[in-house]
Design a protein around this ligand. Structure first.
Ligand SMILES: [Zn+2]
Length: 123
């Protein structure tokens, strides 16, 4: 039995670390993301395939839609509290929306990826 096999789960990142820092769910090396919310083809350290397990299509609407609704409600609430000029609103939401949507997609994809890898016994 090779050393480290007994502590297989040690050093593996959790969902939050994997999603936010782009750590490989198996070996913890960086490089899970190829784009803002797109998985890399495979891990550069342990060659674990990511892209093959990437959830695609309509499933992601279930993530994006509630996030969009929450952002719209937040925008309306903010507008009630402080009246910002239009240029400030465009700048503010132009930064917040892509960040929040990417983060939500990263979390959802990481959860799906880890579940699929776990199911196939690759973790
Ligand atoms: Zn890896």
């Amino acid at each position: 039995m090779p050393e480290g096999e007994s502590q297989k789960t040690k050093g593996q990142p959790g969902i939050t670390q994997a999603a936010l820092f782009g750590l490989c769910p198996r070996c913890g090396a960086k490089g899970l993301w190829a784009g803002p919310a797109a998985l890399a083809e495979r891990c550069s350290a342990c060659a674990l395939e990511f892209e093959r397990h990437e959830p695609r299509g309509r499933g992601m609407y279930l993530v994006v839609l509630p996030v969009t609704i929450l952002l719209v409600l937040a925008a309306l609430k903010l507008d009630d509290i402080i009246r910002l000029p239009v240029w400030a609103l465009l700048g503010l939401w132009g930064v917040i929306v892509p960040l929040v949507v990417s983060a939500a997609l990263r979390f959802a994809k990481t959860i799906a990826l880890m579940a699929r890898l776990d199911k196939e016994g690759l973790l």
